[in-house]
Design a binder for this molecule. Structure first.
Ligand code: ZN
Length: 240
């Protein structure tokens, strides 16, 4: 039997405490909503961490025991300590999976792993999003329909300042006319990275069955196959 996949759900957890509107949608925090459905999967062992915990809840020990890290952040990206963002990125390079959700496109660890602006255009009017599955054979798309809708959602539009994805799995269309590369993967050294767009804090997007399926699939896909912390040793010759 395979060992359980150890998942750490990281949430900034500020909107929910400061805005009654957001608290009404996510009374247990966005991390709580994610933990609720991911915790229902037998193969997963779930823990959560938030910005205001010591070391943002991401100590060396926690990261060493994390197979896949999920990240949601928005208004306080700048408050994430550079050293901890670098620690997260180093774990990804060693093999840990990393799933960036929605406004985590601007999270320090994601930007560090991408090496690009990660900028996009946006419009928070609340409008229909139609997500197209453009790579249906990918494990992250397993059981996901050809297209599904989330209504309302925030709009994110192109150009999205990401490096060319290794695999583009989902594209979003918005009622206002824009399109967006909303589900994409990258290999970074020994670790796998997945970005998934939906999840604005004022909408109950994480209750959507298709969104839950994508995130659940992504956790399985991002599970590490190795743990190889970075090193660059001098090698002894094998032959005389
Ligand atoms: Zn948003």
């Amino acid at each position: 039997m395979l060992e359980k996949i150890r998942v750490t759900i990281w949430n900034e957890y500020r909107h929910e405490l400061e805005s009654p509107q957001v608290a009404a949608v996510y009374p247990d925090g966005i991390h709580g909503a994610l933990a609720a459905f991911l915790g229902g999967v037998d193969a997963f062992e779930i823990r959560t961490a938030t910005l205001d915990e010591p070391e943002h809840g991401l100590t060396e020990e926690v990261l060493a025991e994390t197979d896949v890290l999920i990240w949601w952040g928005h208004k306080a990206h700048d408050e994430v300590d550079d050293a901890i963002a670098a620690r997260v990125a180093a774990r990804v390079h060693a093999g840990m999976g990393f799933i960036a959700l929605h406004s985590a496109h601007y999270a320090k660890p994601f930007k560090c792993l991408m090496g690009s602006t990660c900028s996009l255009c946006w419009r928070d009017d609340g409008e229909k999003e139609r997500i197209w599955t453009v790579r249906p054979a990918h494990p992250i798309a397993a059981g996901v329909p050809t297209h599904f809708e989330i209504d309302p959602e925030e709009m994110y539009g192109e150009p999205f300042g990401i490096p060319e994805p290794d695999e583009l799995i989902f594209i979003s269309w918005f009622a206002g006319g824009e399109v967006f590369r909303s589900g994409a993967t990258w290999q970074r050294s020994h670790g796998r990275v997945f970005y998934f767009r939906p999840g604005h804090e004022t909408f109950p997007t994480y209750a959507d069955a298709n969104v839950q399926r994508v995130i659940t699939n992504a956790v399985r896909w991002a599970r590490p196959t190795v743990n190889l912390p970075d090193s660059a040793p001098r090698a002894e010759r094998l032959e005389p």
